[in-house]
Write a protein that binds this ligand. Structure first.
Ligand code: ADP
Length: 328
């Protein structure tokens, strides 16, 4: 509904915008034609008033004609400059309005997604716990329900962390700490946590020991969770996810690879925009807010690092992070 609202707002704006622009351009052309007509009339009038018998007749005629030419050049050049400035201004206004509208639409989608994302895990966890409390269940059934509740609270944790962090990462400047921490340990812990949350999934981890970086450990944990979450979310259940960490000269290189649908070339930059979600069926049918990768990129940038996404051959995507190593 809200999406339609912004669509109509955009249609309305477009109608007025193009209408006004067409009117201004038409007025400009009309002014040019009027001025030019006046210019010619003036020339004709002045030529008619010349004395044809005069010795200076030719010279005066030349003068009048060149004045007419000068005036025409002036009108054309001023008209072109004005038109160019007008078109440039119109382009800037139109582009920023379009961006604003699509941002508002994404924000509205985000609000709806958040509401949904908050409600679902709470309801599922509650149902699982109530079932355990009120029914006599076998050990294995209880384990399954608890596993379910654990996975849902984990999702809730990632979501609330993302929302709480969203405003903080937008503050300018880098991270405020100079304390190093061991990225290898953090990654191993995160992988262990995800293996417990998703026992049916296979997560292959190859983690080089003692890789340390300077930064906010809690933030880095959120970045890693987002990448693992996405890899598990956007790849089929039967495919493995591979996580790798190694040191390469002065950098720590961390990659998360999946065998999912992959990310089209045209979307590779956009997925890091705030609230952006690829508009295909696979994404639409999965839950999400479009905040995860935006935050991940901001967090990595605050650690003086960079993140990029590549194609995983033959299928899927690889997110690669590079962060400066802490030199002991
Ligand atoms: P979301 O909450 O939608 O997962 P993200 O910011 O984490 O938000 O991701 C943005 C979009 O990038 C997703 O909606 C999805 O379309 C795409 N995406 C992210 N990770 C992957 C992946 N591993 N495989 C395929 N598509 C992905």
């Amino acid at each position: 509904m809200k999406g339609w609202l912004s669509y109509f707002r955009f249609r309305n704006f477009s109608f007025w915008f193009w209408g006004m622009l067409t009117y201004i351009i038409a007025a400009l052309i009309w002014w040019f034609i009027s001025l030019e007509t006046q210019n010619r009339q003036m020339t004709r009038f002045r030529l008619e008033r010349l004395n044809t018998q005069s010795a200076a007749y030719d010279k005066q005629t030349q003068q009048i004609l060149s004045e007419q030419k000068r005036n025409t050049t002036k009108y054309v050049s001023e008209g072109i400059t004005f038109l160019a400035l007008l078109l440039f201004g119109a382009f800037v206004v139109y582009r920023s309005f379009r961006r604003r509208i699509s941002y508002i639409a994404m924000q509205q989608n985000f609000m709806m997604a958040v509401t949904h994302e908050l409600k679902t895990p709470i309801a599922t966890t509650r149902l699982s716990l109530e079932t355990i409390l009120h029914r006599k269940l076998e050990e294995s059934q209880q384990q399954k329900l608890l596993q379910n509740a654990l996975a849902e609270t984990g999702r809730l944790d990632v979501l609330t962390n993302n929302i709480l962090l969203a405003s903080k990462v937008e503050e300018s400047g880098g991270i405020s700490t100079s304390t190093p921490f061991c990225l290898s340990v953090l990654l191993e812990q995160t992988v262990t946590e995800y293996t417990a949350r998703f026992p049916a999934r296979k997560i292959d981890a190859s983690v080089e020991k003692d890789i340390s970086i300077i930064g906010e450990e809690k933030w880095m944990q959120i970045a890693l969770s987002n990448l693992l979450d996405n890899a598990l979310k956007y790849a089929p259940k039967e495919t493995p996810v591979s996580v790798r960490l190694y040191a390469d000269s002065s950098k720590a290189v961390l990659s998360v690879a999946d065998q999912g649908s992959g990310i089209p070339q045209t979307e590779k930059k956009k997925i890091f925009y705030k609230f952006y979600r690829i508009g295909n069926e696979i994404t639409r049918s999965t839950k999400g807010t479009g905040l995860g990768l935006y935050l991940t990129q901001k967090i990595i940038a605050k650690h003086c690092g960079r993140i990029e996404v590549k194609d995983n051959l033959p299928k899927g995507s690889i997110f690669v992070i590079e962060i400066p190593l802490y030199a002991h």
